[in-house]
Every structure is written in structure tokens, then in C-alpha cells.
Design a protein around this ligand. Structure first.
Ligand SMILES: O=P(O)(O)O[C@@H]1[C@@H](OP(=O)(O)O)[C@H](OP(=O)(O)O)[C@H](O)[C@H](OP(=O)(O)O)[C@H]1OP(=O)(O)O
Ligand SMILES: Nc1ncnc2c1ncn2[C@@H]1O[C@H](COP(=O)(O)OP(=O)(O)OP(=O)(O)O)[C@@H](O)[C@H]1O
Length: 486
């Protein structure tokens, strides 16, 4: 691709998060990820072009030298920083503006630096042969999959109800989302197929910013923040149905909605559990006994006791969970170390570079983090290493998984057999979290917990997900059937 000769008509709006906006190439399997700034900074960019270039290079280095070693190179695509003509970026920004969701428009796309991150388009996997239907790509932002250790938390509730489930109450109380999601990350990270199935079913029911479904590179299912409307599950089923027509799903020539959803979820669970590197061994103790079940999850506790536990060692979920668990102290235990570090940096500002607070994210940084001694010797080096570990864990708690499901070619399939899929899994959004996100995390943690304790876990009327009206009455009779694992 020639980055000095770019045409905005070759690119289209693809999606965005809080910090970046993504456009995809109309022909090549590439995306450009551009930085975003608060709208009030639109006249005066908050950093120079060189600083923006450095910021993106830091993202690439952090992803390729730090996160890739922890999560597994197979899952991570770090991309490269590119310089783009400013006129192209300005025209692109004008072209895509009307497609941006209103709730993300408190920030504007960076049109000043001309820098972007170029990545493979993970919603359009490269195919080695023609497939009967386009690949399905499912993006999941799983969030934190374990409970903190009782040693470091001041409120017992944090050891019983997970951060995501408590945060849901806070988000609904503040109007960020209209309905609470019943998804619980601890179910997804359990490795127990029934619990995972249950978790994904709830993601589909109330996707918020935790689930998107793409078909042939187009987003076909997602939530709109603050909207009263539920996403169109009917439309999703319409898209999914042709993928699951084969096999013994049909009852009197008709494939039920329940069967389509069950098959879809089963294929997704298989992709998430598939191990890389040929090691499919089970992790037996994920987070120390009782730290893997959240009391707010609606999954039946009896079934948990009798179900098998553990994720295959090299599966994407296991690698993400292990990295999240570099947060050994919880924000409450970490905060005094952050204060020690902050005080030291105020007294010795030059040590910011020596302690690699803002990078470079090189091999040396990774070694510092991995070699950090377990005992607190009162040093600033110990505090810095713990803060680095915590920030890495924060990245792993905020990343997304993209699972690409590619339907097998017709000849490979017997009509009686279910449709075969091959899958590939990637991890995206592996940016380093800035140091000043730590005090913000502590404040947010306190707000979330006090909101949960104040409301006693109760929610305003109508804030639970609705039973999807698309499910025919006969299929709705026993709602639990819908959640039945296959
Ligand atoms: O703190 P959290 O758990 O709410 O996570 C933030 C996310 O909110 P979520 O709860 O997933 O809706 C938030 O996502 P949304 O903007 O809500 O889609 C961002 O991912 C934010 O990261 P950053 O500041 O953009 O680097 C995330 O902030 P960090 O805490 O990871 O910095
Ligand atoms: N390599 C990629 N291929 C395809 N789609 C991508 C890719 N990278 C990002 N996207 C899409 O763009 C969206 C926004 O990207 P990303 O999550 O990296 O933004 P962000 O602003 O860093 O997010 P956050 O809100 O978590 O800070 C993603 O949710 C995903 O749908």
C-alpha cells in the first residue's frame, strides 16, 4: 500500500472506541486506526505530530514486546505506524463523520498529526479458498474474569460479586445503558462449556460494548449506547440461519431459532477453547478456589459444583486471564505503591525515564516486570514494577477478542453433518494504560462499590433485559431451554 498516495474513497468507516477510530480499506484486508482527541481540543491538538507518532509507536512496542509475550504471538497483531497525507486524513474525517455514533462524538478524529496505526482487518480474514458464505467474526470484550483476593480489599462484597456485575448497576443508574446485562465474565472464563454458553447467550441478549458480530467484514449486530431499543436479534438470526442449516437441526424441515443460536454459540465456544501450540492441558486452579464464581451470576451454583472447571492452558481466554491476574493487589492494595512512586517522581522527575514510566516498552521493560521481587523492600523500584504489572493487567482487562469463524467448503461436508467451521482467534486493543489512569481507577472502584451497596443490587424497573420477542411462543415455553448447552 502506498501511504503517500491515498484516496479517501478507498476507505470506509469501520468502528471506534473511546480512544481511537478505525477505517477499513474497501478492497485490501487492512484497517487504519487513528487517534481521537476530546472535541474541545479540536482547534488546538493536544500534542505535536512527533508526539502522536511516538504515542502510536509506543502502542506498537507495548503490543509486540510486552503483551505479545504474555498473551502469545499467535493472537497478537501489532501493526505498524504509518504517516499519511494530511489532506487525505481531513477528507476522510469529513467523509465518515455522519456514520459515527452520536455518543462517541464527544471526541474528534486526529486530523493534525497524519499518523495512524495500520493493522490487518481482523473482521475480513484472508481466505485460502472460496467459502460458501462469508466468514463470521465475533468481537468480545470480556473484561475482568476473576475476583480479587480478600487480603487487599476493604469491602467484602468485592470478593463475592465481580467488578463487571457491580459496574452494570452503576452504568444503569447513570444512564450509560438502559438495561443491565446479565453477562458475567467469570462464567465466560470458567472453561465450563455450560457456563460459557450461558455467558455468551447473555452477551447476545444485551451486547452493550462487549459484543459485536461481523459478517464479511460488516458489523451486523451491536448495541447503541443510551438507546431504548434492543439490538435487532431477529436480523442477527436471519443472518446466522443459512450457516446452520445442515445436520440434524431440522424439525419437520424447519430449523428452530433455538437450534440456530445454540449451534452458533457452540461453534464460538469451541473457537474460544481451542488451544494454540498443541497444548490443550487443563488449568486446574485458576484464581485460588472461590475466586472464580460471582454471586451475581444467574448461573445455577449447583451446576457449577458439578461441572468441570478450567481453561485449556494455551487458549486465548487462559492467556488473557493469566495476564489480568498480574493485578495481584487489587486497586486498593496497589494505590499506596502508586503514591510512593508518584511522590518519588515529584522529588526526582528525571527518574521517570530510568523507571520507564512512559516506555520505552522494550525487552528491558518486560524483564523488569517479570523479575519484580515478591517482597516489598520499600524501594521505588518495587513500587514501579508493581504499577507496571497493574497497568499490563488493566490492558488485559480492557482488550477484545476477535474470533473468526470460516465455514468449510461444501465438498468437505456431508449434508447430515453439521456445518464445519475453521476458526482463528486474535486479540485487539492492547494499548498501554497511562499512569494517571490509576487514581481514576480507584475513584471509579469506590463509586461502583458504593452504588452497589447503596442499591443492594436492586435496579430500576425495566432495566433487566427483555425476553426477546422474536422467539416463537412454542420455543419460549421453557426459557431455560434457550440456554441449554449442546
Ligand atoms: O474502567 P472501565 O472498566 O470502565 O473500562 C473503560 C471502558 O469502559 P467499559 O466499562 O468497558 O464500558 C471504556 O470503554 P467505553 O468507552 O465505555 O466503550 C474504555 O475502554 C476505557 O479505556 P480507555 O480509557 O479508552 O483506554 C476503559 O478504561 P480503563 O479502566 O481500562 O482505562
Ligand atoms: N485490526 C482490526 N480489525 C478489524 N476491526 C478492528 C481492528 N481494530 C479495531 N477494530 C474495530 O474498531 C473498534 C475500535 O477499536 P479499539 O477497540 O481498538 O478502540 P479503542 O478506542 O482503543 O477502544 P476502547 O474504548 O477500549 O479504548 C473495535 O471495537 C473493532 O470493532
Amino acid at each position: 500500500m502506498e501511504f503517500d498516495r491515498m484516496d479517501e474513497n478507498d476507505w470506509k468507516y469501520h468502528g471506534e472506541g473511546n480512544k481511537s477510530l478505525v477505517v477499513s480499506h474497501v478492497q485490501h484486508c487492512r484497517v487504519l486506526r487513528l487517534l481521537k482527541y476530546p472535541a474541545e481540543d479540536s482547534e488546538n491538538p493536544p500534542q505535536t505530530a512527533e508526539q502522536a507518532f511516538r504515542q502510536i509507536q509506543n502502542i506498537v512496542d507495548f503490543s509486540s514486546n510486552v503483551m505479545s509475550s504474555l498473551l502469545g504471538g499467535k493472537f497478537v497483531h501489532s501493526g505498524e505506524v504509518v504517516r499519511l497525507p494530511l489532506e487525505f486524513v481531513r477528507q476522510l474525517s469529513i467523509k465518515i463523520q455522519h456514520q459515527r455514533p452520536a455518543w462517541r462524538c464527544d471526541k474528534v478524529m486526529d486530523i493534525y498529526s497524519g499518523c495512524a496505526l495500520c493493522l490487518p482487518n481482523l473482521t475480513s480474514p484472508t481466505l485460502h479458498q472460496q467459502t460458501p458464505s462469508p466468514p463470521l467474526c465475533i468481537e468480545i470484550k470480556p473484561k475482568c474474569g476473576f475476583l480479587p483476593s480478600p487480603k487487599h480489599v476493604s469491602k467484602d462484597i468485592k470478593t463475592r460479586v465481580c467488578r463487571y456485575c457491580m459496574h452494570q448497576h452503576y452504568k444503569v443508574a447513570n444512564g450509560k445503558w438502559k438495561r443491565r446485562s446479565l453477562y458475567c465474565p467469570l462464567d465466560l472464563f470458567s472453561g465450563n462449556r455450560q457456563r460459557m454458553h450461558f455467558a455468551i447467550r447473555h452477551l447476545i441478549e444485551e451486547p452493550q460494548n462487549n459484543l459485536k458480530v461481523f459478517k464479511g467484514g460488516q458489523c451486523i449486530y451491536s448495541s447503541k449506547e443510551g438507546s431504548d431499543e434492543s439490538p435487532d436479534l431477529n436480523a442477527l438470526l436471519h443472518h446466522l440461519r443459512p450457516y446452520f442449516l445442515r445436520g440434524n437441526n431440522r424439525i419437520n424441515g424447519h430449523i428452530t431459532t433455538k437450534a440456530v443460536l445454540n449451534d452458533f454459540i457452540q461453534v464460538l465456544v469451541n473457537a474460544l477453547l481451542s488451544a494454540s501450540g498443541g497444548d490443550g492441558g487443563q488449568v486446574t486452579d485458576r484464581a485460588g478456589g472461590g475466586r472464580s464464581f460471582c454471586e451475581a451470576s444467574l448461573f445455577n451454583t449447583e451446576r457449577v459444583r458439578h461441572g468441570s472447571q478450567g481453561l485449556p492452558t494455551n487458549s486465548v481466554l487462559s492467556r488473557i486471564l493469566q495476564t489480568q491476574m498480574l493485578d495481584t493487589l487489587d486497586i486498593e492494595g496497589l494505590y499506596p505503591l502508586y503514591r510512593r512512586l508518584e511522590q518519588h517522581l515529584q522529588d526526582f522527575p528525571k527518574d521517570r525515564t530510568r523507571l520507564q514510566i512512559d516506555g520505552p516498552y522494550d525487552q528491558n521493560f518486560l524483564e523488569k516486570v517479570q523479575k519484580s521481587s515478591m517482597e516489598d523492600d520499600g524501594s521505588v523500584e518495587y513500587a514501579a514494577a508493581k504499577v507496571h504489572q497493574y497497568r499490563i493487567a488493566m490492558t488485559a482487562k480492557d482488550c477484545s477478542i476477535m474470533a473468526a469463524l470460516v465455514p468449510g467448503v461444501e465438498e468437505e461436508n456431508d449434508d447430515e453433518e453439521p456445518q464445519a467451521f475453521s476458526s482463528s482467534v486474535s486479540i485487539l486493543d492492547l494499548d498501554p494504560k497511562p499512569l494517571d489512569s490509576i487514581p481514576r481507577q480507584l475513584r471509579l472502584d469506590q463509586k461502583i462499590v458504593s452504588c452497589y451497596l447503596r442499591t443492594g443490587g436492586a435496579l430500576p424497573r425495566g432495566s433487566l433485559p427483555l425476553l426477546p420477542s422474536i422467539i416463537p411462543t412454542a420455543e419460549r415455553e421453557d426459557r431455560t431451554l434457550l440456554f441449554q448447552p449442546v
